[in-house]
Each structure stands twice: as C-alpha cells, then as structure tokens.
Design a binder for this molecule. Structure first.
Ligand code: NAI
Length: 258
C-alpha cells in the first residue's frame, strides 16, 4: 500500500482521484477547504504550512505520492495564490516525507488554458517565488483594465507548467529520484465547469476556446487515471512534462508548433 496526499480532494478531479486510489487499495490523505481529511485554505501561507504539517503527521512521516488538484478559475488575483503558490509550497513542504519513500512521485493539475493568452508579467512574477509581488502585479493589471482579471487563470497554469519543467530536473526532484509532472485537461465535467456548461452562452464560449474533436467533454476519470499512473511505481523516467489530456485541444490549437 502506498500513501498519497491529494489536494482538492473534496470535489471533481481530486475527489475522483481519491476514490480510484482507494479502490486500488492505496491510502489517501485529502486536503481541501472543507470536507476532506485535512481542512486548510491553500490560498494562504499559513493554510499551506498547517496542511503540510498535518499531512506529514497523518502519514507517519512517509509519503509515496503527492497529487495537487486544488484550483480555482476566478478572474481575480487569488487564483494565482491557489493555483501556483498553493501547489508549489505544498509540494516543497512535503518533500521531506517524499524523500522518506522508496518510490516517491508527484503530479499536479495544470490546464490547456496554459496555452491561452496570458500575462508574461504575471507568469514571471509567480516564477520568481514572491507571492506578494505576484498579487501586486495582478492588482496592477486589473486596475489598468478590469478585463485583465481573465489572465489570472491561464497565467497561473502557464506558470505552474513552467515551474514543473524547471523544478523537475533539480536536486529537489530528479536529484532525489522523484518524477514531477503535470496533466493538462481540456473541459472536464466537474462542479468547476457545471454551471458554465449548463447555459448555452457559457457552453458556446467554452467550446470556442477548447476544441475537443476526440470524445468532447471529459469525465474526471480521464485525468485521475493519468495522475495515478504518473505517481505510480511504474513511472520511472518521465520528468517535467505537461501532458495534454484534452480531447485534441492542444493538437488543434498549436498544430505543428512542436
Ligand atoms: P472543483 O471545483 O470540482 O475542485 C477543486 C477543489 O479545489 C475544490 O474542492 C475546492 O474546494 C478546492 N480548492 C479551491 N480553493 C482552495 C483553497 N484555497 N484551499 C484548498 N482547496 C481549495 O474543480 P476541478 O474541475 O476538479 O478542478 C481540479 C483542477 O483541475 C483545478 O486545478 C482546475 O484548475 C483544473 N482544471 C479543471 C478543468 C475543468 O474543466 N474542470 C480544466 C482544466 C484544469
């Protein structure tokens, strides 16, 4: 039995990941705002520190897999805090317990939105690791143009995919024998998207931005099963990748850009 920490465990992709892991006989420790094993607000530094401490304690000090699913899509600065710092700081905080495993793995949920128009300033600010500065950049962009809030989500996902790429090959991860990768979904049917998909204008907008020629909108299982493989013992050599599991949206939008 392996022990997994899953963030965003109370809903959608995170909840499905927990269920599938448990069905396979693995042990899970879920983190979410409420309704998981550990209640914590990953938009704050204090919430992350508390979540990390409780997860390490609950695990007994050895964690085999970390799967970071918690995220929000609000057109607001807080989206950078949850989707970027709420991932990087939890992963880094759990490193001591991962290193204690004999087959440690980590995976995060990015998005095909990482390919959509975003703010290079916001992405660079996040990658500098300074959360206060990142939030200040977001506030500044929104003050100049209220529509700039829309850049928060794609910027948070561009930044987390780039962080995974940079970090995966460092001493912390590859050097410690820990594969670190991301999965980028297209449009997944979860509470995050349900309302949008239920109204005709929302649906048309989503489909215009996320073309999915293969099997259209996807169930959470299509993401959870890959997150589980990426964090399984079988994954020995994949590092730094963002894998698009998106019904062909990346291939459609980026075409030959490879
Ligand atoms: P969801 O809304 O069902 O689940 C997200 C979970 O994250 C919720 O349980 C929520 O409480 C938790 N969360 C949000 N803010 C938090 C905070 N401050 N502290 C702790 N937990 C917090 O959404 P879904 O669809 O399962 O999303 C999971 C991940 O997949 C997110 O990172 C999202 O950006 C990503 N994603 C989702 C897509 C979709 O179409 N649903 C598409 C691409 C990426």
């Amino acid at each position: 039995t392996r022990t997994y920490v899953v963030t965003g465990a109370a809903s959608g992709i995170g909840a499905t990941t927990v269920r599938l892991l448990q069905e396979r006989g693995e042990r899970t420790i879920g983190i979410d705002l409420r309704g998981a094993d550990i209640d914590a607000d990953l938009s704050t530094a204090e919430g992350r520190t508390a979540a990390v401490a409780q997860a390490i304690e609950a695990s007994g000090g050895v964690i085999d897999g970390v799967i970071a699913c918690a995220g929000i899509s609000a057109p607001k600065p807080i989206t950078m805090s949850v989707n970027y710092f709420g991932v990087t700081e939890v992963l880094e905080g759990l490193l001591p317990a991962l290193r204690a495993s004999d087959a440690p793995r980590a995976a995060v949920v990015s998005s095909m939105a990482s390919l959509q128009p975003n703010s290079a300033r916001l992405v660079e600010a996040a990658l500098s690791g300074d959360e206060a500065a990142t939030l200040a950049v977001a506030e500044d962009l929104i003050a100049q143009d209220p529509r700039a809030g829309r850049a928060a989500y794609p910027s948070s996902k561009r930044a987390i995919s780039r962080w995974v790429r940079r970090e995966s090959i460092t001493e912390n991860w590859a050097g410690a024998g820990i594969p670190l990768n991301a999965v980028a979904p297209g449009t997944v049917i979860t509470p995050m998207t349900q309302e949008l998909l239920n109204n005709p204008e929302g649906l048309a907008l989503v489909d215009a931005h996320v073309p999915m020629p293969l099997n259209y909108h996807q169930p959470a299982e299509s993401i959870a099963t890959l997150l589980i493989w990426l964090t399984s013992v079988e994954n020995t050599h994949m590092a730094g990748q963002t894998i698009y599991v998106d019904g062909g949206a990346d291939a459609t939008l980026r075409g030959d850009d490879i």
